[in-house]
Ligand binder design. Structure first.
Ligand SMILES: NC(=O)c1ccc[n+]([C@@H]2O[C@H](COP(=O)([O-])OP(=O)(O)OC[C@H]3O[C@@H](n4cnc5c(N)ncnc54)[C@H](O)[C@@H]3O)[C@@H](O)[C@H]2O)c1
Ligand SMILES: [Zn+2]
Length: 373
């Protein structure tokens, strides 16, 4: 690649015609960012890094140094950490700062952070001056395997999450698994639930790797993450390439565990992390699949045991199942009266999307109340 990347660096391509872009995965990538910007983007006038206070404190210096080292003028804007910052007001403030900093059409925005920073920065990069160039540098496991790839951006409205947004494919995605060493265990596990999701819906070999690496993953060993992150990115990329704007029902398979998951997140007022909720949603969907003869009992058990080994609880928190089902009906996926769920058909097998009776969902949720924590 001529950029002095480490051995073991992986470069994947998201093929979307004129919007195609590389996803580069390698340890110690932040220090190489300047060279990568110059190699991939012509004529960058200046670069603004958008990050949050936690990630900024940890990593914005080394990113700025790398850019300045390659002659690219760089400055950072820090937003508060957490979901609250993903708001219309914060986006307006960010745009105000970009204007004050003289950011123009030749400038570059770099989103350095988790999904929150990635989503709001992507949104701002899409609308500011009708669009400026964007690099995603995801720093949570969830952002590395999911939100940084695929171009979905959003801010929240007080009436609901992700209600305002556009598609904005980045120009490059830079993934440094090394930054996961500072990620809190709870965030790491939340991301691991999505990793298990990819394995179940599309990659049986990945499932085996997670099983083999389970202890190292929960100990935060970077070498284990370097194995699984590229495999997950490959799965995500394949779905995005087939269904860029989530219109053909193909990308919908990525919602495995998410219908029940979103309900849990909302009803708990986001006291539950996204991945924690998705894991419970996957347990519900897999249980329903086996009860309908769509998946072998054995496959359900394998998923259940893997969550356990990763220390991810599939016990239903103290929330009334009826409230959850009511929420699911209000959610956008409940078309024509019945709740549609992504139902797995086996480990690594293509899932199906089917309407499921309320009574069966309620019964399954009840059963999860007695799962061990
Ligand atoms: N665009 C998409 O396709 C897509 C997909 C999935 C989720 N999302 C969105 O992503 C958001 C959730 O993202 P998230 O789970 O990454 O959470 P997050 O961005 O809130 O990050 C979680 C916490 O970890 C901290 N953090 C991040 N990287 C760190 C690091 N390397 N070391 C130490 N601390 C670090 C952050 O400061 C934050 O406090 C949600 O808003 C969700 O809607 C978007
Ligand atoms: Zn998700």
């Amino acid at each position: 690649m001529g950029l002095g990347l480490n051995e073991g660096a992986v470069e994947l391509m998201v093929n979307l015609n004129y919007k195609s872009y590389p996803v580069i995965i390698s340890p110690a990538l932040l220090e190489k960012a300047g060279g990568i910007v110059n190699a991939n983007l012509a004529d960058v006038s200046k670069c603004v890094i958008i990050t949050d206070r936690v990630v900024g404190g940890l990593y914005s210096n080394s990113l700025e140094r790398s850019l300045e080292g390659q002659g690219i003028h760089a400055a950072s804007i820090w937003i508060p950490e957490g979901e609250e910052a993903k708001s219309w007001n914060e986006a307006g403030d960010l745009i105000g700062s970009l204007i004050d900093m003289g950011v123009d059409r030749r400038s570059l925005i770099i989103a350095l952070g988790g999904g929150v920073v990635g989503d709001i920065s992507g949104f701002v990069a899409a609308v500011y001056l009708r669009g400026v160039r964007l690099i995603q540098v995801p720093t949570t496991l969830l952002a590395q395997v999911d939100s940084s790839i695929g171009g979905k951006t959003a801010v929240n409205h007080e009436k609901g999450k992700n209600l305002i947004g556009v598609f904005k494919q980045p120009n490059v995605v830079l993934i440094d698994p090394g930054v996961l060493k500072t990620l809190p265990l709870r965030e790491l596990k939340s991301g691991l639930a999505e990793v298990v999701k990819y394995a179940v819906i599309a990659d049986a070999e990945l499932f085996k790797i997670i099983e083999a690496e389970a202890d190292r993953l929960i100990n935060g060993e970077i070498r284990a993450f370097s194995k699984i992150v590229p495999r997950c990115c490959r799965v995500k990329i394949a779905f995005v390439e087939q269904d860029e704007r989530d219109e053909k029902g193909i990308r919908a398979a990525l919602n495995y565990g998410h219908t029940v998951g979103h309900a849990l997140e909302a009803v708990s007022s986001f006291g539950i992390r996204h991945g924690e909720a998705v894991a419970i949603g996957m347990e519900v969907a897999a249980k329903i699949s086996t009860s309908q003869g769509l998946m072998e009992e054995e496959d359900f058990e394998e998923q259940h045991v893997l969550f356990k080994r990763l220390g991810i609880s599939t016990k239903l928190p103290n929330i009334d199942p009826i409230t959850l089902v009511e929420y699911m009906h209000r959610d956008k996926k409940a078309e024509r009266g019945s709740i549609r769920l992504v139902l797995p058909t086996g480990i690594g097998e293509k899932p199906v999307i089917r309407p499921v009776e309320d009574a069966l969902i309620l019964k399954t949720l009840e059963e999860l109340r007695s799962n061990e924590a």
